[in-house]
Design a protein around this ligand. Structure first.
Ligand code: NAD
Length: 245
């Protein structure tokens, strides 16, 4: 159980982030939910509070790094956040012909720079406390690369590098740092924007022959946050139904 711990989850308004917030709250963690979608992150918080969870929200665009530094820096001065789930993300699909360096920069900012900054802001207090958990959400595409996903694949590979480097830096303080690499997961964004034929192409090469549910990723995130995962660090775990694993 995670009673007495506080988890900050980014991108908690929907999808994998929301499911992770639900799992962590069910394990007894207090929560700080961060998302740019103020209305929906409040909905997540309200539903968790109804079940007895202790939750606060922060409506924030994580690509505004100055604002992140200011707001999360202030929060870190006020309270100990000892679990960090870097989950928020978006995609700018395209091959090198279609997208430009601005697209690449945007994708690197949300998936790599914002997580890096959050780690930089929250790790010192975890070190002092002698316990902490950092879970970064990468992707199977960070392992394999994907045609038409050049920025996203690059960013998600960098998430794995970030995870492994920080794990080495933080291990002596009892802080574990791991990544999950989801396969195709049926979140609202995927349901709405990914054409069925592309989903089917992935399902066809997935040994479990289906897409995942957000809860199936969230359970692994919550496990990595738990005391049971005390000897796991620097791992990048595929949660993909066997796809590319
Ligand atoms: N769904 C999949 O198939 C899949 C597969 C592999 C990896 N992932 C990764 O899992 C994570 C969650 O994906 P999802 O499918 O649940 O996404 P989603 O689009 O359903 O939810 C993402 C959440 O992040 C928030 N967000 C996006 N940009 C933000 C910003 N700039 N500032 C603050 N909040 C922001 C959104 O408002 C949203 O609530 C992402 O990092 C994604 O890359 C998803």
């Amino acid at each position: 159980m995670l009673n007495g711990h506080t988890a900050l989850v980014t991108g908690a308004a929907q999808g994998i982030g929301r499911a992770a917030a639900e799992e962590l709250s069910a394990q007894g963690a207090d929560l700080v939910l961060v998302d740019r979608n103020e209305r929906k992150v409040q909905e997540t918080a309200d539903s968790l509070k109804e079940k007895g969870g202790s939750v606060r929200t922060l409506a924030l665009d994580l690509t505004d790094l100055d604002l992140v530094g200011e707001r999360i820096g202030r929060l870190a001065d006020e309270m100990l956040i000892d679990i960090l789930v870097n989950n928020a993300g978006f995609d700018r699909p395209g091959t090198t012909r279609r997208i430009d360096t601005e697209d690449l920069d945007a994708v690197l900012t949300i998936h790599v720079k914002a997580p890096f900054l959050l780690i930089k802001l929250l790790l010192p207090a975890m070190r002092t406390a002698g316990w902490g958990r950092i879970i970064n959400v990468s992707s199977i595409y960070g392992l394999t690369g994907a045609k038409g996903e050049v920025a996203y694949s690059t960013a998600k590979a960098a998430v794995i590098g970030l995870t492994k480097a920080v794990a080495k830096e933080a291990g002596d303080a009892g802080v574990t740092v791991n990544a999950v690499m989801p396969g195709l997961t049926l979140t609202p964004t995927i349901e709405r924007f990914m054409a069925d034929k592309y989903k089917q192409q992935i399902v066809d090469v997935t040994p479990l022959a289906r897409a995942g549910e957000p809860q199936e990723i969230a359970k692994v995130i919550a496990f990595l946050a738990s005391h049971d995962a005390s000897f796991i660090t620097a791992a990048a775990i595929p949660v993909s139904g066997g796809w590319a694993a």
